[in-house]
Design a protein around this ligand. Structure first.
Ligand SMILES: Nc1ncnc2c1ncn2[C@@H]1O[C@H](COP(=O)(O)OP(=O)(O)OP(=O)(O)O)[C@@H](O)[C@H]1O
Length: 241
């Protein structure tokens, strides 16, 4: 479904990603871990089409996602429908005056009927437990509520892949568990989930695969949750990241 080959990304003064190779199949739940600045957000920006690689290739469902692909408005829109991105900072993502408008924003770009849009909004707010604050200003919500609204707004496009950049950071344990339960439910319903997290003990309850970066912006481990569980020393290292 997603194939990345020899991918590099260079910021003006520093390396962002260093020869990344990755293949992700539909239905996987993959957790990306690594020290601060190791490249997780940079990779997520590329996988979600917000940046393009400096070199190397990224294929989504056999389409090469490069600047030429992303310049085509129709293809770009279809791609963004299929690959949803929940940003690390919800305030960057939420810009509408009400929660309901926020969730309706994506479907409105798809030329759906008003009834279909309302149905999607209601369904996504229910799924994420946000119905009770549908008329509130997103900016005034708590961190956990904002995160669930951001997720609802992405789900409203019904993407097959969900990419979430540290969705648990800054949330209370209860809010974290709500997000994890929701992601598990979405994965069981067939969504492919890619998540960045610093909390191995928490994420190991739901991820089936772990991709670990090092400080040189390279992938140093790519292994199943089962294989990782058989490596207690590595598991211990991950709890310290
Ligand atoms: N906008 C930017 N301009 C210049 N350098 C950047 C920019 N964004 C990231 N970098 C650099 O690219 C490298 C990878 O950063 P990235 O944000 O992808 O790491 P990360 O693994 O997501 O980190 P964290 O866990 O702290 O979120 C780092 O060296 C970082 O300083």
């Amino acid at each position: 479904m997603l194939t990345v080959q020899h991918l590099n990304y260079n910021y003006p003064a520093t390396c962002g990603l260093n020869d990344i190779n990755l293949q992700i199949k539909a239905g996987e739940f993959v957790c990306f871990m690594g020290p601060n600045g190791s490249g997780k957000s940079t990779l997520f920006n590329i996988l979600s089409g917000l940046k393009t690689a400096s070199s190397g290739t990224y294929y989504f469902n056999n389409a090469l996602i490069d600047t030429t692909f992303l310049k085509n408005a129709k293809r770009r829109q279809t791609f963004h429908q299929q690959v949803g991105f929940v940003f690390q900072n919800s305030d960057v993502q939420l810009f509408n005056l009400t929660v309901a408008d926020e969730v309706a924003f994506g479907p409105k770009q798809l030329a759906l009927s008003a009834a279909e849009i309302e149905q999607r909004v209601t369904d996504c707010l229910t799924l994420t437990g946000c119905s009770e604050f549908r008329d509130r200003v997103p900016y005034h919500l708590s961190g956990g509520e904002k995160k669930r609204v951001a997720l609802a707004s992405v789900l409203a496009l019904n993407p097959s892949v969900l990419i979430l950049d540290e969705p648990l950071s800054g949330l209370t344990p209860i809010a974290q568990q709500q997000i994890l339960d929701l992601l598990t439910q979405l994965n069981q319903a067939g969504k492919t989930i890619l998540i960045a997290s610093h909390d191995y003990n928490q994420i190991k309850q739901c991820a089936s695969r772990f991709v670990i970066f090092n400080e040189q912006h390279k992938i140093v481990h790519d292994l199943s949750a089962t294989d990782l569980m058989a490596m207690p020393e590595l598991g211990q290292q991950l709890t310290l990241i």
